[in-house]
Design a protein around this ligand. Structure first.
Ligand code: AMP
Length: 248
C-alpha cells in the first residue's frame, strides 16, 4: 500500500507570532518556519507503518512556496520515500488544498492519506475532512491510535469526553491527533540520504485547481494581554474577591 502524507510549512511552533501593524495577518518576514507539528505526527505514523511492513511507499506532498521543499526534505529524512511540491506563492485555502490532494490521489492511487488534524497557522481543521468528502472515502479524524487489519483500519478517535474506535474500509483518510505518536528526530545520515530522494515540482494549474481565495480576512488581532495576578491572604479573601468580580 502507498501512503500519501500532506505536510504543511508553517510558522515554527516555538515562535511567538507577531500580528502585522495593519492587522491583515501574522508577520512572516524573517520568521523561523517548520513542518506543522500534526504533519510530523502523520509522517511518523506512515514511517512506523512502513517499518511494520504494512506500507511500501510514503509520498509527501506540500503545497506552498519553493521553501516548502525544505519541509518535504524533513519528512524524507524521517523516512518518506519521495515528494511532490505543488508550488504557489498564494495563500491556499483548505478546499483548494483538498482539491489538489484529490487529483494527486487519483494519479498516485494510495490506499491511505494521513493528514494532520489541523495546521497551526490557520487552525482550520478542514483539509482531511474535505478530502475524504471529495473522494467519497471513509475518514477517521483526530486519531490517537491506528491499527491495520487486512483492508480494515481501526482508528481510535479522541472525541469529547472519551475515545471512540471506528473501523474504516481502505482506501481511507486519517487525521492525526497529538497523542498518536512522538515523531522521531531525523539522524544526520538520514538527512544526507534525504537530499538524494526525488521531489517532483508541480503547480496547482497542473491539477486544474483554481486557488483563488473564497474568504477574506477581516482582521487579525493579538489575544488580550493577561492582567497581573494578585496574592490573597486566605480562602475567604479569595471567595470574597471572586464574588465581587461576579465569577461565582
Ligand atoms: P488545515 O485543514 O488547514 O487545518 O490542515 C490540516 C492538514 O491538512 C495539515 O496538517 C496538512 O496535513 C494538510 N494541509 C493543509 N494545508 C496544506 C498545504 N498547504 N500543504 C500540504 N498539506 C496541507
Amino acid at each position: 500500500m502507498k501512503v500519501l502524507v500532506p505536510v504543511k510549512r508553517v510558522i515554527d511552533y516555538n515562535v511567538r507570532p507577531r500580528v502585522k501593524a495593519d492587522q491583515t495577518g501574522v508577520d512572516l518576514a524573517n520568521v523561523k518556519m517548520a513542518m506543522n507539528p500534526f504533519c510530523e505526527i502523520a509522517v511518523e505514523e506512515a514511517v512506523r507503518m512502513k517499518e511494520k511492513g504494512i506500507v511500501e511507499e510514503i509520498i509527501l506532498v506540500s503545497i506552498g512556496p519553493q521553501q516548502a521543499q525544505e519541509t518535504i526534505r524533513v519528512g524524507l529524512a524521517m523516512g518518506g520515500d519521495r515528494g511532490i511540491l505543488v508550488k504557489t506563492d498564494d495563500t491556499v485555502e483548505p478546499l483548494a488544498v483538498a482539491k489538489i490532494l484529490k487529483a494527486i490521489v487519483e494519479a498516485e492511487g494510495p490506499g491511505l492519506v494521513i493528514t494532520g488534524k489541523q495546521a497551526i497557522d490557520d487552525d482550520a481543521n478542514q483539509t482531511g475532512q474535505m478530502l475524504a468528502a471529495l473522494l467519497d472515502w471513509p475518514q477517521g479524524a483526530f486519531a490517537s491510535a491506528v491499527e491495520k487489519d487486512g483492508d480494515t483500519l481501526k482508528v481510535t478517535r479522541e472525541v469529547d469526553g472519551g475515545l471512540q474506535t471506528v473501523a474504516l474500509q481502505t482506501p481511507a483518510v486519517v487525521t492525526t491527533d497529538l497523542r498518536l505518536n512522538e515523531p522521531r528526530f531525523a539522524s544526520l545520515p538520514n538527512i544526507m540520504k534525504a537530499k538524494k530522494k526525488p521531489i517532483e515540482e508541480k503547480t496547482p494549474a497542473d491539477y486544474g485547481v483554481d486557488t483563488a481565495n473564497r474568504l477574506s480576512v477581516v482582521k487579525v488581532t493579538e489575544p488580550p494581554k493577561r492582567e497581573a495576578g494578585e496574592k490573597v491572604e486566605d480562602v475567604d479573601a479569595l471567595i470574597a474577591k471572586l464574588k465581587a468580580a461576579g465569577a461565582i
